[in-house]
Unconditional design. Structure first.
Lengths: 362, 278
């Protein structure tokens, strides 16, 4: 278990301000944020490369804030992996065990297990320069896991790989995490990676934590416009609360009215946030009884994507939807075509605009 | 008009036919100019070489003493310089500490003040109370072989630290961080990661320091003097021969220094090549 409490770090003019996060044992926690938000500085402070000006780092309950790097029991895979270029893959993988003086049958079996799970057996006598990108990643992972660290820290480890290889390694890491109950702190700017691998997410912005929580909660309910923008919410439009009745909120958005769920104040300016995946397009006459919002919309444009198409609509305000190619053909979608857009009330998320804390949407 | 060559962009090349890449002539000429300067100096030395003086120099006990002293003292001085340079350069490369910029600045001192001035400064040091105490209770440096080694050591130390620091700078600190997360202490990381990766630069630093020490003259003559069969190194022997207008003997000694220096450098380069490709 990793606990970071009110950690403040200075790195030149940049500051990390009172960062707190907890990674429970056997859990993967992703720190998400754009480049320069302080992700790597945070990781370096947890590792012990940087000394914090305040706050504590606890590993399995022990305060390691002032401990040297090698005694913290943390595994680390940096962005560029840092495989030792003068050593073979085997020497790289066994470096930690040799440095700690660990050996014997139990450790050999553990290494065999890891090497088998990652398919590195035939590559052991090669040098890192002779490996492909994916092979290097796997070697970096196994080397970090060899000494059975209490927490594994990953700094954008798959950033340099192509999409296919990246997904392959996500599955590998996911499998290893499940199999060995790894506690992982992952730093990334890739939403897909965080969503795939992590259970908990922290959004870091300009050295501060903006939002933290279970991944689907953060994904669906960003608390600030800047978080919504970063998380790639496709529809973000200002609106005003018209009515609040029995937990249902009616909001004026452009020329349309939407029903949302949750507390709100009448007259309050809000930012309406809707995930494109929560918008269902149906033909005329079809009805989705479970959805409270039915909007008559017109297709503005269709963006090709993989595996889904993004349909930009005019529903009295700009609205985006995702459809499969088959659905697009079925509905005969093309610019100018009228469609019905259905959205369930819980999928309409309201972000308060006036008097909100945190950075504002530009 | 000829049809455009596939792969050539007419917008870039215009109507002109694109020429295959040619190395810039001027830079190659400059490289030959460097060679011709040193080759000219060697040839003009050979002009004064006669078989008689060459044989007498080669048979002289005094000459071979100077050769042994030059090579031995230079090797000891370069080894000592490297032993001091490794930790000092590592500290300069990896840590911020009080007075770091001062340490960095004095590395250029031997080059700025000239070896002769450095030798005079050493002589002055051993003429004041602390230096006199060292002379009387520890090691005698003035007009001794130890003085030859010290003069060469002080002259080459700065450049050795500078070159070793450059070698350490080129080793990414991320590798050391990862090694430490794997359980290795700072010393273990230095010996197993930093030094092996910097070995090429460290060996190059040793070679440069050694070559500079073999050819050292100014500081050596100031501190150790010119005593035959005691403190006479090869460069000092050349100076003494020239001062007696014995051009043939001077040319023979220069040729000897040249062969020893270049030969040793060639052998070291071979070893360096093997070490870096191992």
């Amino acid at each position: 278990m990793l606990e970071v409490e009110r950690l403040s770090v200075r790195a030149g003019v940049f500051r990390l301000e009172e960062i707190s996060l907890t990674v429970a044992s056997g859990e993967c926690h992703a720190v998400l944020g754009p480049s320069g938000c302080g992700k790597t500085t945070l990781l370096h402070s947890i590792l012990g490369v940087r000394t914090p000006v305040a706050g504590t780092v606890r590993v399995d309950g022990r305060d390691v804030t002032r401990w040297p790097i090698e005694r913290r029991g943390l595994g680390y895979v940096p962005q560029h992996l840092a495989l030792f270029p003068h050593l073979t893959v085997r020497e790289n993988l066994w470096y930690g065990l040799r440095a700690r003086g660990l050996g014997g049958r139990e450790w050999s079996a553990w290494m065999e297990d890891l090497i088998h799970a990652t398919g590195l057996k035939s590559l052991l006598e090669r040098r890192p320069a002779e490996l492909s990108g994916g092979e290097r990643q796997r070697a970096g992972l196994v080397r970090a896991l060899a000494t059975r660290p209490r927490v594994l820290l990953l700094d954008e480890p798959f950033a340099a790989l192509n999409e296919t290889l990246r997904r392959e390694l996500w599955w590998l890491l996911h499998g290893l995490q499940r199999q060995y109950g790894l506690t992982v702190l992952l730093v990334t700017h890739d939403l897909g990676e965080a969503y795939f691998l992590a259970q908990q997410v922290t959004i870091l912005w300009n050295g501060r934590v903006l939002q933290q929580g279970e991944k689907s909660t953060v994904y669906r309910h960003p608390i600030a416009p800047v978080v919504a923008e970063f998380l790639g919410v496709e529809t973000l439009h200002p609106g005003r609360v018209l009515r609040v009745e029995e937990g249902l909120v009616t909001v004026q958005v452009g020329q349309a009215q939407l029903v949302a769920v949750g507390p709100a104040q009448v007259g309050r300016e809000v930012l309406v946030s809707i995930r494109a995946g929560d918008v269902m397009l149906l033909g005329a006459g079809e009805v989705l009884t479970s959805a409270r919002n039915r909007l008559s919309a017109r297709v503005v444009s269709i963006q090709a994507g993989h595996p889904l198409l993004r349909v930009n609509l005019d529903a009295g305000f700009p609205l985006a939807a995702l459809v499969t190619r088959a659905a697009a053909e079925e509905l005969q979608l093309e610019p100018g075509r009228p469609v019905q857009a259905w959205i369930k009330a819980p999928a309409v998320h309201l972000i308060p605009l006036a008097g909100q804390a945190g950075p504002s949407l530009e | 008009m000829t049809p455009p060559t596939p792969g050539c962009n007419p917008a870039v090349g215009g109507a002109k036919e694109l020429r295959p890449f040619r190395p810039p002539r001027l830079s190659i000429l400059a490289a030959y100019a460097v060679l011709s300067i040193y080759a000219g100096l060697i040839l003009s030395t050979l002009w004064f070489l006669d078989l008689g003086p060459l044989q007498s120099v080669a048979r002289s006990e005094r000459t071979w003493f100077a050769v042994r002293l030059s090579l031995g003292a230079a090797t000891v001085a370069a080894c000592l310089a490297l032993v001091c340079a490794l930790p000092a350069a590592y500290a300069l490369s990896r840590h911020r500490f009080a007075g770091r910029s001062w340490v960095d600045a004095v590395l250029e001192l031997p080059m700025v003040v000239s070896p002769a001035a450095l030798g005079a400064m050493l002589l002055m040091f051993f003429s004041q109370p602390i230096g006199q105490w060292v002379q009387e209770h520890a090691v005698r440096f003035v007009f001794t072989v130890a003085g030859v080694v010290l003069a060469q050591f002080v002259t080459v130390l700065g450049v050795a630290v500078r070159l070793v620091k450059t070698a350490f700078d080129e080793v990414p600190t991320e590798l050391e961080t990862v090694a430490r997360t794997l359980g290795a202490g700072p010393r273990h990381v230095f010996w197993t990661v930093t030094l092996p990766l910097a070995r090429r630069g460290v060996l190059a630093a040793f070679v440069v320091a050694w070559a500079k020490a073999v050819g050292e003259f100014g500081a050596t003559i100031m501190l150790a003097g010119t005593m035959a069969l005691r403190t006479e190194t090869l460069p000092i022997a050349i100076y003494l021969r020239l001062s007696t207008a014995d051009l043939g003997g001077t040319a023979a000694l220069i040729l000897m220094l040249l062969c020893l220096g270049l030969g040793a450098l060639a052998v070291t380069r071979q070893l360096l090549g093997r070490a870096t490709h191992a």
